[in-house]
Design a binder for this molecule. Structure first.
Ligand SMILES: *Cc1c(COP(=O)(O)O)cnc(C)c1O
Ligand SMILES: [Zn+2]
Length: 451
């Protein structure tokens, strides 16, 4: 498939229907200058030659000598066609696998052959964030950015650090003091980014980084950046690709800043819009109970997308109450320890598109689920395991049927948070605890332990 590049195929558009402002892609904006709402990347599909069948995309991968065809992101390039090939950044992200797993399916009370795990830990920096960074750094390169910044619970900073180095951009990352898993912190330092630990939580970092970027003109790499979400869409393409281009019944994803759930909804909406799929799967977004803003707003306050007319007052009141109570979110799944998710409204839209639902699971459920993914799967970090804990809960409620086809997104690598894993096993409290046994340096005693 050779296509001629149309530079005006993509544009940015405000998600606020009362505003509807449009901007071209040549400037980093990240929030609508007219009204302050989030922006989307949109496409004039008639200016893009999209392969008529989904398997045209997989054929590229078979060739893979072109690094854009090898990328699990750019082999779908017509579906995120906002820059020319020369600006497309890749370091081999998206070589991920969809593992069918019956042992974990059984744990969640699913019938055999129904549960699939989209393991994103195989990405260059070990989390699914690399999908979005490949896209966002392509945009950063296109607009000739020289330095960039992000706030992070850990994986964003690792990914930014890696891609920034690759693209020759200076980077600075903001993390909440004591809020980051060790594996992730080690990556930020090792990849050579300037790492600033703010005495505060992620939400504090998020506020500060926006100010800093505005003041110093840095390119912002948080998921406010709509180009990042374009990259995250490709996780859904790879899931259906690995299902022989069939759409599953459910996608389950953890919810933190809600960029991914937003991107996944957009991915399916667009695939249907351009006629590449007929049916959109349902989506379940899983919070931790200690950081359950979305769950509370959707399930208790009945907040909905409402064609873009979201009840802003409900959100404002909710956040005012968090502030009044001096609330700081608290969960062992540090990647989703966020109480003011920046993509909230886009996520509400995704819930609308995918007939989505939201649940919260406890840290205990997350840790047990993480341990079973470790034992029978490919391992994952705590936030990823929220999907399995969420599935178990939704099976118990009868919301998901035991013979429905479910794909859980395992967002990060097991070695991201080794402290949590070691503590879980050593504490001997969890269902799957497997503590090391200490023994004297004595052959008979050692053998006795193994027999
Ligand atoms: C970033 C991240 C999340 C949350 O994703 P959002 O798009 O912010 O909701 C979940 N799990 C892991 C491992 C992450 O790195
Ligand atoms: Zn606007």
């Amino acid at each position: 498939m050779n296509k001629t590049k149309q530079t005006d195929a993509a544009y940015q558009k405000c998600i606020n229907p009362d505003c509807d402002a449009e901007y071209d892609c040549s400037k980093p904006l990240f929030k609508c200058p007219a009204c302050g709402e989030l922006l989307d990347v949109r496409y004039n599909w008639d200016k893009i030659t999209i392969p008529s069948k989904l398997n045209e995309f997989s054929k590229r991968w078979a060739g893979r000598s072109n690094k854009l065809d090898f990328s699990g992101l750019w082999r779908f390039r017509e579906l995120l066609d906002f820059c020319e090939d020369k600006h497309r950044v890749t370091i081999g992200e998206g070589q991920t696998i969809l593992q069918q797993n019956d042992a974990i399916g059984k744990y969640a009370d699913m019938k055999a052959s129904r549960l699939y795990l989209q393991y994103e830990g195989l990405n260059p920096s070990g989390s699914f964030k690399d999908n979005g960074m490949a896209a966002a750094f392509s945009h950063a390169t296109m607009v000739s950015a020289k330095s960039c910044a992000c706030a992070s619970t850990g994986n964003t900073s690792a990914s930014v650090a890696l891609y920034a180095h690759h693209c020759g951009l200076k980077s600075v990352v903001f993390i909440g003091s004591g809020r980051i898993a060790f594996g992730k912190l080690s990556q930020a330092m090792d990849y050579g980014t300037k790492t600033i630990q703010i005495r505060g939580d992620f939400d504090d970092c998020m506020r500060q980084v926006q100010e800093v970027c505005t003041r110093l003109g840095l390119y912002l790499l948080n998921s406010l950046n709509p180009f990042r979400l374009e990259g995250q869409k490709t996780i859904m393409y790879r899931i259906i690709e690995q299902l022989g281009w069939e759409v599953p019944d459910w996608i389950i994803v953890p919810g933190g800043n809600l960029g991914n759930s937003s991107a996944f909804g957009k991915a399916f909406y667009e695939l249907k819009e351009v006629g590449l799929i007929e049916r959109i799967p349902r989506m379940a977004i899983i919070n931790a109970t200690g950081a359950d803003t979305l769950t509370d707003l959707v399930n208790n306050k009945k907040l909905i997308w409402n064609k873009g007319q979201v009840a802003q007052k409900v959100i404002d009141d909710y956040y005012a109450d968090l502030t009044a109570r001096n609330f700081s979110p608290q969960t062992c799944a540090s990647a989703i320890e966020i109480s003011r998710p920046v993509n909230l409204k886009k996520c509400l839209r995704a819930i609308d598109i995918c007939d989505g639902i939201v649940r919260a699971v406890t840290d205990e459920e997350i840790c047990d689920a993480k341990a079973i993914v470790g034992r029978y799967g490919l391992g994952c970090e705590p936030a990823s395991a929220a999907t399995i804990a969420g599935l178990k809960q939704l099976r118990a409620e009868g919301v998901i049927g035991s013979d429905e086809r479910v794909a859980c997104v395992l967002t990060g690598h097991p070695l991201k948070d080794p402290d949590l894993t070691v503590n879980y096993h050593k504490a001997k409290k969890g269902q799957f605890a497997n503590a090391p046994i200490e023994v004297e340096n004595d052959l008979e005693k050692i053998i006795k332990l193994i027999e």
